[in-house]
Every structure is written in C-alpha cells, then in structure tokens.
Design a protein around this ligand. Structure first.
Ligand SMILES: *[C@@H]1O[C@H](CO)[C@@H](O)[C@H](O)[C@H]1NC(C)=O
Ligand SMILES: *[C@@H]1O[C@H](CO)[C@@H](O)[C@H](O)[C@H]1NC(C)=O
Ligand SMILES: *[C@@H]1O[C@H](CO)[C@@H](O)[C@H](O)[C@H]1NC(C)=O
Ligand SMILES: *[C@@H]1O[C@H](CO)[C@@H](O)[C@H](O)[C@H]1NC(C)=O
Ligand SMILES: *[C@@H]1O[C@H](CO)[C@@H](O)[C@H](O)[C@H]1NC(C)=O
Ligand SMILES: *[C@@H]1O[C@H](CO)[C@@H](O)[C@H](O)[C@H]1NC(C)=O
Ligand SMILES: *[C@@H]1O[C@H](CO)[C@@H](O)[C@H](O)[C@H]1NC(C)=O
Ligand SMILES: *[C@@H]1O[C@H](CO)[C@@H](O)[C@H](O)[C@H]1NC(C)=O
Length: 641
C-alpha cells in the first residue's frame, strides 16, 4: 500500500526535470489509444494523441521520469465490452490497474494479470466472465475481481503469489476447490458467494466464516466440519501440492493475536460509542421535538432544567434601554421575537472566537438560535448595515448558515443565526472539549466537504469577484442534520481588523495574505485546501488552544510524502476502509492544487466543486452501498500493509 501511494503521488512532488519523452512512453501511449479506440466509454476519458499523456490524460499516472505509464485508473467511467488483447497488456511498467465499477464483459485477456510489474488490480463490479487467467505476475499484492461473472477454477498459480495481501473474489461463479494459498502476507480474503467445494485449506482457516459463506460445497474450519465420508482434503482436479507449502501455524497465531487485540479494543470502544450515541440521540430527539412544538414558556424552562445547569450567560449588557426594538430581521425569516425576548433567553456559551463570543440562546417559546456577540468591529454603522444587507442576500443557500437578524449599536453588535444542533466540523473531527469523538467516515467527510465547497463557490459567484469569506476553517463549517457542510461567519471578516498575528487561524491563511493583509477568493481556496487536508489527515492546522504554534499542514503533507511514508499522511480512521485509497489520493491531489503557493495556480472554487464531483462520480456511480464496498473491512486485521 505504501508503495502504491508513493508511486501515485510521486509526480506531484518530484520537481526534477529530465529529458523529453522516450520511446517507452510512445509505446504506452499507442497501447492506451488502442484501448480507448476499442472500448466504448464515457466522455470523461479524454485520451487524445494531441494532448500530453502524463499531464493531461484522465486516470493516467506516469513514472517520475515521465517515461512510462505506471497506473491506469478509470473507475466508473462507463467502459463497456471486453478488455482487448494486446492493449493494456503492453504497459510493461504498469503497477496499478483500476477499472472497477464499469460494464466490462467478456473474458480477461491473458496478458493483463501477468504484466511484469503489476501489483494492484481492481476490476471488481464489472460483468467479466470466463476463467481467471492462470498466468499471474508474482508481484501481485492486491487482486480484486469481486462481483463479476467469473467461472472455472481459481488457478493454482495463486499459490505462488508470495506478496499477495488481498484476494477478493466474492460474488462470482467460481467452481472447484480452493488452492492452498500462501498466507504469509494475506490479510484480506473473500471467496464468498461462489460455487467452490471441498475443504478449506488449513493455511487460510484462520479467516472468518464470512470469507467463505455462500459456497454450498465448502467445509472445514471456519465452516462446518467436512462429512466423515471424506476426511482427506477434497480431491482437486489438479495436484494441490505443487509449489512450496506455506507455514501453517504462524498464520493462525498471527490472526488470533491481532484479532484479540483489535477486537477487544473495537468492542470496548464500539460499545461505549454506541451507548453514548444512543444517549445523545435520545437527548437530541427530545430537544428537537421541543424546538418544533415551541409552545409556551414551560418547555423552554423545562429544557433548561433538564440538563446540567450552566450559569446563565448575559450577552446583551451593551444594549441600551431605548433601543430594545431595534433588532433587524431579514426578509423571509419566520422568527417571531424581539430583542427583549432575546435578552431574556437562557444562554450558554458555545465558543469564544477571534470575532467574539458565540452563545446558544433558548427563548421562552422554545426557539433556539445562535447569537454572536462581535467585538472589535472596525467599521461604522452604515458600512455595517450595508455588509449585513449583502450577507442577508448572499446567504440564501442551503450550504450557508443563514443570518436571520442583527443588532447594531455603539457598544453592542449582535448577530442571530439558526442553531445547528450537529455542531461544527472542528468538534466533529477532533472531538469537543469533553473529548467525545465518534468516528467520521469517508462518505460523511466527503459530503461535508462538498457542502462547504458549494457554499464557498456560491459566496464567490453571488458576491462578485471581490467578495470573499475570508475565514474558512473547520470551526466555521457546521454540520446540518443530514450531515451536510454549511459555512458560517459569512461576511464577518471585512467587519473586523485584519489581525496582525492571528494564532487561531494562521494555519488556514494563504501565505500572500500575511503580507497583503487582504483576503481574496484565491486565498479562500487556499483555506479550503487546508480544510480538505485536515479531513484527509485528521490533523488540525491549529494546535490546542493556548499554544501559539501552528502546524503548516500543506508543508507537513509535502514533507511526509517526500520522506516516503506516504500512507501515514492519511487519517488512520480512513485507512481502515481499504477501497478508498484511490479516492484519497485524488482528493489529496485536489487539496495540493488548492494550496499552491502562487494564487493564480489555484483552481477557483467552481472548479474545485467540479473536481470533487468528478472523483465522486467515478467512484460511486456503481457503488451500491458503503457496506458492500467496504465488504473486506471485516477481515481480521485492520492494519494497512
Ligand atoms: C483531440 O482533441 C482535439 C482538440 O481538442 C480535437 O479537435 C480532436 O477531435 C480530438 N481527437 C479525438 C480523436 O478525440
Ligand atoms: C512530468 O510531467 C509532469 C506533468 O506534465 C511535469 O510536471 C513534470 O515536470 C514532468 N517531469 C519530467 C521529469 O519531465
Ligand atoms: C491474445 O494475444 C496472444 C498473443 O499476443 C494470443 O496468443 C492469444 O490467443 C490472444 N487471445 C485472444 C483472446 O485473442
Ligand atoms: C510455483 O513456482 C515454482 C518455482 O518458481 C514452479 O516450479 C511451480 O510450478 C509454480 N507453481 C505453480 C502452481 O505455478
Ligand atoms: C452477492 O451475493 C449474495 C448471495 O448471492 C447476494 O445476496 C448479494 O446481493 C450479492 N451482492 C452483490 C453486490 O451483488
Ligand atoms: C467439486 O465440484 C466439481 C465440479 O464443479 C466436481 O468435479 C468435484 O467432484 C467436486 N468436488 C467435491 C469434493 O465435491
Ligand atoms: C459465523 O461465525 C459467527 C461467529 O464467529 C457465528 O455466530 C455464525 O453463526 C457463523 N455463521 C455460519 C453460517 O456458520
Ligand atoms: C465477503 O463478501 C460478502 C459479500 O459481499 C460479504 O457479505 C462478507 O461480509 C465478506 N466477508 C469478508 C470477510 O469481508
């Protein structure tokens, strides 16, 4: 895996330029052109002899010297028909081939799995039929042919694949007995839902029964004992004892050890988290009901009493008596309270930011809103009001938390927003102050990210080319109830003085803004890139509050990748799901483009949205459910190779 990631990322970071294209690349190019000419596909595959292969062809990764193609990744692009002989099979330095989730049919050409350098093959979720070719490259590490229509026997040559780490063949029509797999490096195995028969070789009996279920003829551990009639391993059509016999005992021990450690922790943590989640859900449920009903004073009070008492916060001390009706609501807002009601509400501090303190306020009728009390506003009343008008107008978007009302006086500036119960991305990703942190899976992260990207893109397009958000960071992205990302704090940056040394946000700040002291749409893109890195790595660009040092995430990612421990870049929580590596790498590439040092090199936000959508389309178009996609994640180990 490490190896795979490294190879994929290498072109991004290697800045050594070497002489122009070689004959090797020309050969690879011709082979690929032939492939695309023979295999009907969607529009996304832009392979065209007039544009450079290594930099512009979709799904192609070249070696660092740009001399050969080392990876072809076209997941879910509508490829149909058979993979022709003598096309991809000519890419003799190809290490990674992913054509998963297409409509490829026919049998596999014999020259594909035997490519001399091939290590990672993802052809799952097609309709490939015929036999698995017997000639397999000894370098194979991952072979995923699941959810196809393959038939015939599993070739005995798999016994010789000493590097094999992942063999996924579930949901095919394979017959015969299971070869004695070399299990030394094998971590992921799934042979379920085939027509295999005979006894399960002892080398792989340590895998869970879900690796074998759905094969009526299979027996032996971990499934039922073979019937007494044939105590000897099932006679297979060809002799089973060709090739070296792999060690038996170590595997079992190996599995058990890791299982026990992993399982115990998983069960303990899982149980705890589940319990907490249940509790949380119950509380939220009650809460929401009350908010919706919103009838009468009692409910609001009852709610307040039901939780651990927090000291009532007062956020209206600067409001002058004569101005108590000056709360300015925006059009279309259904809230029905005045400033006096707001000041009477029971309030609780949600957070203290660089712009001021944020409160959760529960009004007497049960309505819950967020009140932001701004400090150090540097603009005058008129400018403030103009800015609020703009924000009210632009903020009409599902991915922006709407500003409902504001109050301005010399001593007090208050903003009223909808309350978002699911909290901020910062809290969700890194845990809140009380340390609670249920895992956030990739699907959710992508959804949040997509929401945030759309919100920012809307801000940029609706506000004109000069309008920026100016303060994109994970504490300003909130999760809506359906776990969508929503942007908050729209339009506030311009009201405030540009802080000279802002420790809490410096990690997100584009390098040029520190000098120019001005945010631009491109600097928003930079901040978004850091946010994306944060989601990919699980690391925060901000150190814990109270400490001023800032992690420069872009720099860190680059340094880690250079030091050749690329797999470590990604959040360990994400790496448990083995089938998203490619997507992670694609996302990392988008992030790195966003955090380019030179503003003009960064894509604009619309483009970023498109890029994310494209990786999504290519990866999820035929992915029926996350459960099926992560089907191998139930394998005994969770470590990545
Ligand atoms: C290649 O690209 C050029 C320019 O983008 C276009 O005119 C041409 O039709 C393309 N050729 C093929 C085979 O798609
Ligand atoms: C390889 O191609 C990439 C993308 O076009 C380019 O950035 C890089 O400089 C090239 N490397 C070499 C060694 O030519
Ligand atoms: C594929 O090509 C090889 C040699 O290039 C040939 O032996 C084989 O018969 C071909 N297979 C098919 C299905 O055309
Ligand atoms: C495995 O490799 C050995 C030596 O490389 C070879 O003799 C043997 O025939 C191979 N076995 C299979 C099943 O291909
Ligand atoms: C795999 O096969 C099982 C058993 O036939 C079936 O229930 C399941 O839906 C299949 N999964 C997919 C994704 O086709
Ligand atoms: C397994 O199935 C094959 C046919 O698919 C058959 O020839 C063989 O006898 C079966 N073996 C056992 C042990 O049932
Ligand atoms: C598979 O194993 C689990 C526990 O390891 C057991 O509960 C389950 O009944 C088994 N399923 C079958 C079909 O044997
Ligand atoms: C194997 O695949 C089947 C079908 O997708 C799935 O139900 C089962 O959980 C998988 N087993 C393992 C060990 O991943």
């Amino acid at each position: 895996m490490k190896h795979f990631l490294l190879l994929t990322l290498a072109p991004l970071f290697l800045l050594i330029f070497s002489p122009p294209i070689h004959a090797d690349l020309e050969n690879d190019k011709q082979a690929l052109l032939q492939f695309s000419a023979l295999v009907p596909h969607g529009r996304k595959v832009n392979w065209n002899s007039t544009i450079p292969v290594c930099s512009s062809w979709v799904g192609i990764t070249c070696s660092s010297d740009n001399n050969s193609v080392i990876a072809v990744r076209l997941p879910g692009v509508g490829l149909r028909g058979r993979i022709p002989n003598n096309t991809l099979g000519k890419l003799d330095r190809l290490t990674t081939l992913s054509l998963r989730s297409n409509l490829l049919s026919g049998s596999l050409p014999s020259d594909l799995l035997s490519l001399p350098s091939i290590q990672y093959v993802y052809l799952q979720r097609n309709i490939i039929s015929g036999k698995i070719p017997a000639s397999l490259s000894p370098r194979l590490i991952s072979l995923d042919l699941a959810f196809n229509s393959l038939e015939g026997e599993i070739p005995l040559t798999v016994q010789n694949l000493t590097n094999l780490n992942k063999l996924l063949l579930q949901n095919n029509s394979l017959t015969g007995s299971i070869p004695k797999l070399n299990s030394r490096n094998l971590q992921y195995l799934n042979l379920s839902n085939n027509h295999l028969n005979g006894s399960i070789p002892s080398t792989i009996s340590g895998f869970p029964n879900s690796s074998f279920l759905g094969n009526t003829g299979l027996c032996g551990p971990p499934l039922n004992q073979c019937s007494g009639v044939s105590p000897v391993p099932a006679p297979s059509p060809s002799p089973v004892n060709i090739g070296p016999t792999p060690p038996v005992a170590p595997t079992k021990d190996h599995l058990k050890k890791r299982l026990s450690k992993g399982a115990i922790i998983a069960i303990a943590v899982g149980g705890g988290v589940a319990l907490l989640l249940l509790l949380l859900m119950a509380i939220l449920c009650c809460l929401r009901k009350k908010d919706r009903e919103g009838t009468g004073v009692l409910k609001g009070k009852g709610f307040g009493a039901g939780r651990t008492e927090k000291p009532k916060e007062d956020f209206g001390s600067g409001v002058q008596e004569s101005e108590k009706n000056k709360l300015v609501f925006f059009e279309g807002c259904s809230f029905n309270f005045d400033l006096e009601d707001l000041l009477r509400a029971s309030a609780e501090v949600l957070g203290k930011g660089s712009y001021g303190t944020t409160y959760k306020a529960i009004l007497e009728d049960g309505t819950t809103v967020v009140v932001k009390r701004l400090k150090e506003v540097v603009v005058g009343k008129r400018e403030f009001e103009q800015q609020m008008e703009t924000v009210g107008r632009i903020g009409q978007h599902p991915n922006i938390i709407p500003l409902r009302a504001y109050y301005y006086s010399k001593d007090e500036k208050l903003l009223v927003y909808d309350y978002v119960s699911a909290g901020s991305l910062l809290a969700r990703l890194h845990g809140s102050r009380d340390g609670e942190k249920p895992p956030l899976d990739w699907e959710s992260r992508i959804k949040i990210l997509m929401g945030a990207a759309k919100g920012i893109a809307h801000i940029h397009s609706a506000g004109g080319s000069k309008f920026t958000h100016g303060n994109i960071k994970s504490s300003n992205v909130f999760l809506s109830e359906d776990v969508n990302g929503c942007i908050s704090d729209l339009g506030l940056a311009t009201l405030m003085s540009f802080p000279a040394v802002p420790p809490r946000t410096a990690g997100y700040r584009a390098p040029e803004t520190i000098e120019t002291r001005k945010t631009t749409q491109k600097s928003d893109v930079y901040s978004f890139g850091v946010l994306l890195l944060e989601l990919l790595t699980g690391k925060t660009p901000l150190q814990s509050p109270g400490r001023d040092d800032v992690v420069d995430l872009p720099k860190w990612v680059q340094s880690v990748v250079r030091e050749e421990w690329t797999a470590e870049v990604f959040d360990a929580e994400l790496m448990r799901n083995q089938n998203i590596e490619e997507e992670l790498v694609q996302m990392l590439q988008i992030a790195m483009a966003c955090v380019s040092k030179v503003p003009d090199m960064r894509p604009d936000m619309e483009e970023v949205v498109k890029m994310i959508e494209e990786t999504r389309q290519s990866d999820s178009s035929s992915r029926p459910s996350p459960e099926a996609e992560g089907s191998n994640s139930k394998a005994p180990e969770t470590n990545t190779p």
